[in-house]
Design a binder for this molecule. Structure first.
Ligand code: OMP
Length: 281
């Protein structure tokens, strides 16, 4: 299978050209209502299309959250499929946020669903959970390498409950989250300009200087906006690794819809604040 240029290289270029902001496509029922849309497939489709039309030609990354599409069954998945394809066609990289993770043989099927270049839901990258053991993700790593896609592996998540798993200390004295970062560092070794295997690290987590965030791969940082973190927090959380951070904002941008100009302005305000925070750090 001849693949695309590796995700890490494509992402680095997109971040350089467009800035690093990732906007989530999270069609919450409450947002559909705020936008004057029905909580049905037509509302979902209108919402998703509006975000793609407003932002896919200007932000580096769009991240549709699969749960909000799966909620509507097969017709919701069809909307996800169209949204992924249209966003990619308009120039955004698409990270499908499905947080998949299973035993290796089943993980191979999840990988086929999102990371095979001919799959209807092919995405530039996929969020995955390593909590069945990092090695269970091997089929996804292998297929991503083949097709030029990437992964974002949950390492230190933005939610307060994550610590009970991710901060647990192993027999070697290292905690679980740090272990995931070390696996990713090994995955990305020697890759230039950036590896394709990223970590999810919440922007809400405060000082992370006790972790080695220098994984030579992207750090997807959700938590800005609705969860309380701000762009100004990024340098304090990520230190020198801030140059590899892809900050995600979902509701913080989406609540400005359905007006296209208002959505663009909101994304631009976050992008500007991020630029300022990163360059002055
Ligand atoms: O993988 C993710 O994207 C993710 C990981 C994490 O630790 N925390 C987190 O909030 N997310 C996702 O990022 C988005 C955050 O949305 P807002 O809080 O509305 O900006 C949601 O789609 C979450 O599922």
């Amino acid at each position: 299978m001849s693949g695309l240029e590796p995700f890490g290289a494509r992402l680095r270029r997109a971040m350089d050209e467009r800035g690093p902001l990732c906007v989530g496509i999270d069609p919450h029922a409450s947002l559909l209502a705020e936008w004057g849309l029905n909580d049905d497939v037509a509302g979902l489709e209108r919402f998703s299309r509006t975000v793609v039309e407003a932002l896919a030609d200007r932000v580096a990354v769009l991240k549709p959250q699969s749960a909000f599409f799966e909620r509507f069954g097969s017709r919701g998945l069809a909307v996800l499929e169209t949204s992924v394809a249209e966003a990619r066609a308009a120039g955004a990289l698409v990270v499908t946020d499905a947080k998949r993770g299973d035993i290796g043989s089943t993980m191979a099927a999840y990988a086929e669903s999102f990371l095979h270049k001919d799959a209807p839901l092919f995405s530039d990258a996929l969020t995955v959970s390593p909590y069945l053991g990092y090695g269970s993700l091997s089929p996804a790593v292998a297929l991503a390498r083949e097709s030029g896609a990437g992964l974002f592996v949950l390492a230190l998540t933005s939610n307060p409950e994550g610590g009970e798993v991710q901060h647990a200390v192993r027999s070697d004295g290292r905690n679980v989250g740090a272990t995931m970062l070390a696996h990713l560092s090994a995955e990305n070794a020697g890759e230039e300009p950036l590896g394709s295997f990223g970590a999810v690290v919440g922007a809400t987590l405060g000082d992370l200087s006790s972790y080695d965030l220098d994984i030579n791969g992207p750090l997807l940082a959700p938590g800005i906006g609705a969860q309380g973190a701000t762009p100004a927090d990024l340098p304090g959380v990520f230190g020198t690794a801030v140059r590899n951070v892809v900050p995600n904002v979902s509701r913080g941008v989406l609540r400005h819809g359905p007006d296209t100009v208002a959505l663009r302005d909101a994304a631009e305000r976050f992008a500007e604040e991020i630029r300022h925070a990163v360059t002055s750090s």
